[in-house]
Design a protein around this ligand. Structure first.
Ligand code: IPM
Ligand code: MG
Length: 353
């Protein structure tokens, strides 16, 4: 299996090192060969090539089986509205060129971490949901314009795009015990949301086994911390999905724990949901588990189910034993590399307790 690795910015490189360690453990244990090749993206790419992503990186990604991404973003670019090259453009271009329209972000609670979340344990206990976010359309990719005192970003959707992601969301719901899908939109105000609702209603007719409901985004952002247990699959557009997934991470205890997969008809990309966490860069304190769990998702989707299970077990064990970083372990935090080392050795030699 050939994996293009794009470490990117901030903590991206150091967490990717841990994920590659985990892949090494899997290849030792199962005798697989992973062919890896690194590419540039984000601020690192701007620094070296003056572009947030180059043709070389895109070609590399297209010629490999899949992609593992670290993170993009650098504060250098955040507070200067005059700059017109931004690290994030690299990721957006990649999603666009590869047609990665469907982004899935699973969110679940770990018993050991219930007390780490600022939300009451009784509220978050047993939460297990997936945010299915549209990733290549909407306000992120519509026309943009700026004059001195005015600006716009246009949100566009067409039926085809909504249909293809809705089908993915319904099919995912079908494989889950609760078979429940909630469309999150703003259909009381936005025309695009009304098209989403209309289209999802049509697709719902072909999936009579799935319970479907509809919720406005303002209500959903409240409900997801008020009573998250009510959700199973949350289907939503690009912008709402971005916001909702950071918010939902509070349920698990840390944004650093969340993995994600983005795919289209030909390509796929795996990345943690968190950003580049520039304050932590080089300090060996960032949580590598979001990235490691992204590798687990990758292996699972490529048919390596047993391998994925081994990674999940090792991650569960690291959480249970408290071999975790400062974001989820305030009293005795471990380093990024210590967590990676533990997962590595646990895969090779699971200890019975
Ligand atoms: C995410 C990130 C990206 C997004 C940024 C880095 C462009 O926040 O994947 O959630 O907004 O989609
Ligand atoms: Mg985001």
């Amino acid at each position: 299996m050939k994996i293009a690795v794009l470490p990117g910015d901030g903590i991206g490189p150091e967490i990717c090192v841990q994920s590659l360690k985990v892949l090494k453990a899997i290849s030792f244990k199962f005798g697989h060969q992973f062919i890896l090749s690194k590419g540039l993206i984000g601020a690192e790419s701007i620094k070296q090539t003056c572009l947030p992503i180059t043709k070389e990186t895109i070609t590399l990604c297209k010629s490999y089986d899949t992609i593992l991404l670290g993170a993009v973003g650098d504060p250098l670019y955040d507070n200067d509205p005059q700059i017109n090259l931004r690290p994030e453009q690299g990721l957006l271009e990649l999603r666009h060129h590869l047609g990665l329209y469907c982004n899935m972000r699973p969110i679940k609670t770990y018993n050991k971490l219930l007390k780490v979340s600022p939300i009451k344990q009784s509220v978050i206990n047993k939460v297990n949901l997936v945010i299915v976010r549209e990733l290549t359309s909407g306000i992120y990719f519509g026309n943009k314009w700026r004059s001195k005192d005015e600006a716009y970003d246009i949100c566009t959707y067409n039926k085809h795009i909504i249909k293809q992601i809705a089908i993915q969301a319904f099919e995912t719901a079908r494989q889950r015990p609760n078979k429940h899908l909630t469309l999150v939109d703003k259909a009381n105000v936005l025309e695009t949301s009304r098209l989403w609702r209309e289209t999802v209603k049509e697709i719902a007719q072909d999936h009579p086994d799935i319970k479907v409901d509809y919720m406005f985004i303002d209500n959903a952002t409240m409900q997801i911390v008020f009573k998250p247990i009510q959700f199973d699959i949350l289907l939503t557009d690009n912008m709402f999905g971005d916001i909702l997934s950071d918010e939902a991470s509070v349920i698990t205890g840390s944004l650093g724990l969340l993995p994600s997969v983005s795919f289209g008809n030909h390509y796929s990309l795996y990345e943690p949901v968190h950003g580049s966490f520039p304050q932590a860069k080089g300090h060996n304190i960032a949580n590598p588990l979001g990235s490691i769990l992204s590798v687990s998702l990758m292996l699972y989707h490529f048919g390596f189910k047993q391998e994925s299970l081994f990674i999940n077990r090792a991650v569960n064990e690291s959480i249970t034993l408290g071999i975790t970083t400062q974001d989820i372990n305030h009293n005795h935090p471990c380093t990024t590399s210590a967590v990676g080392d533990f997962v590595f050795s646990y895969i090779l030699k699971p200890r019975r307790r």
